[in-house]
Write a protein that binds this ligand. Structure first.
Ligand SMILES: Nc1ncnc2c1ncn2[C@@H]1O[C@H](COP(=O)(O)OP(=O)(O)OP(=O)(O)O)[C@@H](O)[C@H]1O
Ligand code: SF4
Ligand SMILES: [Mg+2]
Length: 385
């Protein structure tokens, strides 16, 4: 697990710009032998040009499927979008023809995956692969395409870029391969870069360098970034805004600073207690969230976090909350980007978030069992309240 890395990004989302990406009520299902997997369940969000947005949540919460659905790269025939809209730069992506979509993917939206080896061709040199991308999307001749390949490798800080053009992927270290992948993603100057766990396969010092690189090239090229990770520490110093996902839904969103200072959703509170925090002292114990996410083939009627939630009240078992201004019924629609929103009937106060527990006066019978499980986990780890 990484520590919080600060790469010096301005934490303030810009106001008044038309969104680059608008996702509305996106729903994705997979058919599987155990039934229909409800992987993404009504995800709505916007991303402004040049913005750095973090998408965070435990494994299986729908982070990758959301981005694959946006890019129309869902595994076929099992996966399909069953509802919602995706608008990118004014275009309806779900209605675009396959050829137009393919062109858009290379040119305007690019994706970096966790394992660069799955995206690089092992039997072709890096130079050839970069040149191929340029020539597939432009009318540049070979010499011009090679010049662009070289410039992009230099942009991502690859030493001896000229001679490296002749190398094959296996001749690079993991960190250098990831730099090549970033070059491949950026070579057409995309408006949006989706980085899905770009540093998970790398060791900690290289992780920080790659995050720093993504932040720097985003600033230099003006690309917006969606940084997907299971680790809140990774997005802390890197993004302007964070969306926390659980069971295929966005359960909390706020500016990065606000989310870390005032988490409202009990799941975010749990995530924050499970990562090292340089800002509040290294000696604090890390407490993992007890229990498992729900089975996405059988989602409960109420809040999907209820079985793990110490804050649960009766309503949580029967009604799934929508995103609202925490503690109010004011819906998310129409509010400025960066407004703090949470999908929770009984959001945590600052004091409760610090304690990792609801104040005793507020506890209903429903949450007692869940609370006892959380307390037992804390005690097993040294008894922090
Ligand atoms: N091809 C598939 N067939 C069936 N279910 C799938 C398929 N791909 C993804 N899913 C399911 O969709 C849900 C969301 O998966 P997704 O890959 O988006 O999770 P994630 O948040 O990216 O997790 P991780 O952090 O492990 O990458 C999971 O329950 C997963 O099992
Ligand atoms: S308090 Fe209720 S609505 Fe909020 S996270 Fe817990 S179970 Fe879900
Ligand atoms: Mg994933």
């Amino acid at each position: 697990m990484s520590r919080i890395v600060d790469v010096g990004i301005d934490d303030t989302p810009r106001a008044g710009t038309a969104p680059l990406l608008k996702v509305r009520d996106l729903r994705v299902e997979f058919s599987s032998s155990s039934g229909r997997v409800h992987a993404v369940n009504g995800v709505s969000f916007e991303l402004e040009p040049h913005e750095l947005l973090g998408i965070v949540g435990e494994s299986g919460c729908g982070k990758s499927v959301t981005s694959l659905a946006i890019l129309r790269l869902l595994a076929k025939p099992a996966g399909r979008v069953v509802g919602g809209q995706v608008e990118f730069d004014g275009m309806d992506l779900l209605g675009l023809g396959d050829d137009e979509m393919r062109d858009l993917r290379g040119r305007q939206v690019a994706m970096i995956f966790q394992d660069p080896m799955t995206s690089l061709n092992p039997v072709t040199t890096i130079g050839e692969q970069l040149i191929e991308v340029v020539q597939a999307h432009t009318k540049l001749n070979r010499q011009e395409a090679e010049k662009r390949a070289l410039e992009t490798l230099e942009l991502v800080g690859l030493p001896n870029a000229k001679s490296r053009l002749k190398n094959f992927p296996h001749q690079f270290s993991g960190g250098m391969r990831q730099r090549v992948m970033i070059a491949m993603a950026l070579i057409m100057g995309p408006k949006l870069l989706i980085a899905d766990e770009p540093t998970t396969a790398l060791d900690v010092t290289i992780q920080a360098q790659i995050l720093d690189l993504i932040g720097r090239v985003a600033r230099e090229t003006g690309a917006a970034v969606m940084l997907i990770t299971h680790d809140l520490g990774v997005v802390a110093g890197m993004t302007q805004r964070i969306q926390v996902m659980y069971a295929g839904q966005i359960v909390e969103t706020a500016t990065t600073e606000e989310l870390f200072a005032h988490p409202r959703h009990p799941y975010t509170v749990g995530l924050l207690r499970s990562i090292p925090r340089l800002d509040i002292g290294a000696s604090r114990e890390l407490i993992p969230i007890e229990g498992l996410p729900p089975d996405l083939t059988r989602l409960p009627a109420g809040c999907p976090y209820a079985p793990r939630c110490a804050w649960a009240i009766d309503r949580c078992l029967v009604e799934n909350p929508s995103l609202t201004v925490p503690g109010t019924t004011e819906p998310a629609e129409g509010l400025p980007l960066g407004t703090h929103l949470a999908a929770c009937w009984n959001p945590a106060t600052d004091e409760e978030a610090r304690a990792g527990m609801p104040a005793s006066g507020h506890i209903s019978a429903v949450s007692l069992a869940a609370q006892e499980r959380a307390a037992a986990a804390a005690a097993a780890l040294g008894g922090q309240s």
